[in-house]
Ligand binder design. Structure first.
Ligand SMILES: [Zn+2]
Length: 280
């Protein structure tokens, strides 16, 4: 029975296990199929629409759409990109599901001065999605489960049990949706990919440094964003961004400026500024 179990398992690992993260090229172990990953995204989305209030307020929706579409284009991925704003001033947060649907809370705007800073957060969240970080987390959880199952093989094990484990792992994934905490490694990677994406989308990458420094200061060094709670300490994050800045600036200097659109007056930025949108 054990041999049958392993014979089933190993090809699954070989076929679906090998992936590479965009930009960083890091090798990843991902055992979910793209279809399963998408299904998780849609399930999480249904739960979000049930529990959160989506607003059509153009003061928030317009910048989120404007910035989002440019970041999405920079990914080069043909997903069904959608950008929503959730009305909740208490939550300074944003996230992106595997299906390319991005949600930004109105509470984030308190910390944002311009499009480039909004791009900092949105590109970071989109980076988590295009690097399949949720699927990677679930895969690790599954592997842990499988390891346990193999250890327990002396008692009973079968392909059927593996199936149940698999379903259980998927269940965990869908219940917590995007709330599954990312590892620090994934956070650093999202910072890295996000910085390159924002530069390719023609947003000044130096605004990422300003945003994170200001955000940390405003919160006494604490980062209140739930999804950001396992983010690297601000000092390490800033150091990494500075290391990557020369490359990001190279990209920014030659980025495609043809689709830049001006910021409208009355948008809810903390300071009035058009940084990141200037064509000159
Ligand atoms: Zn993150």
């Amino acid at each position: 029975m054990k041999r049958i179990f392993l014979a089933l398992l190993i090809p699954i690992l070989l076929i679906t296990g090998c992936a590479k993260a965009p930009v960083t090229g890091r090798t990843q172990l991902i055992m979910l199929s793209p279809q399963q990953e998408m299904a998780l995204g849609f399930q999480a989305e249904r739960e979000i629409f049930e529990s959160e209030k989506v607003t059509n307020d153009p003061r928030f929706v317009e910048p989120v759409q404007r910035v989002g579409h440019r970041i999405a284009k920079a990914t080069g991925l043909d997903l069904d990109w959608k950008f929503y704003v959730i009305e909740n001033d208490k939550v300074p947060n944003a996230f992106c599901l595997a299906n390319g649907h991005v949600f930004v809370y109105t509470g984030l705007f308190k910390y944002i001065d311009n499009d480039a800073q909004l791009a900092t957060v949105m590109a970071h969240e989109i980076a988590h999605a295009i690097a399949h970080h949720v699927a990677e987390r679930i895969s690790v959880a599954q592997l842990t489960g499988i390891a346990t199952a193999i250890a327990a093989e002396a008692i009973h094990s079968s392909a059927n049990e593996y199936q149940q484990l698999y379903e259980a792992a998927l269940g965990i994934g869908s219940q917590v949706g995007v709330m599954l905490p990312y590892s620090r490694m994934q956070e650093s990677e999202a910072d890295h990919i996000g910085l390159i994406l924002m530069a390719e989308a023609c947003y000044d990458p130096r605004e990422a440094l300003k945003f994170w420094e200001k955000f940390a200061k405003a919160n006494g060094g604490e980062e209140p964003i739930v999804y950001f709670s396992t983010h690297p300490a601000t000092k390490q994050r800033i150091e990494q961004l500075k290391r990557l800045m020369p490359r990001a600036m190279e990209i920014y200097k030659t980025c495609d400026r043809s689709r830049l659109t001006p910021v409208k007056s009355g948008e809810p930025y903390a300071a009035s500024s058009t940084l990141g949108e200037r064509v000159d």
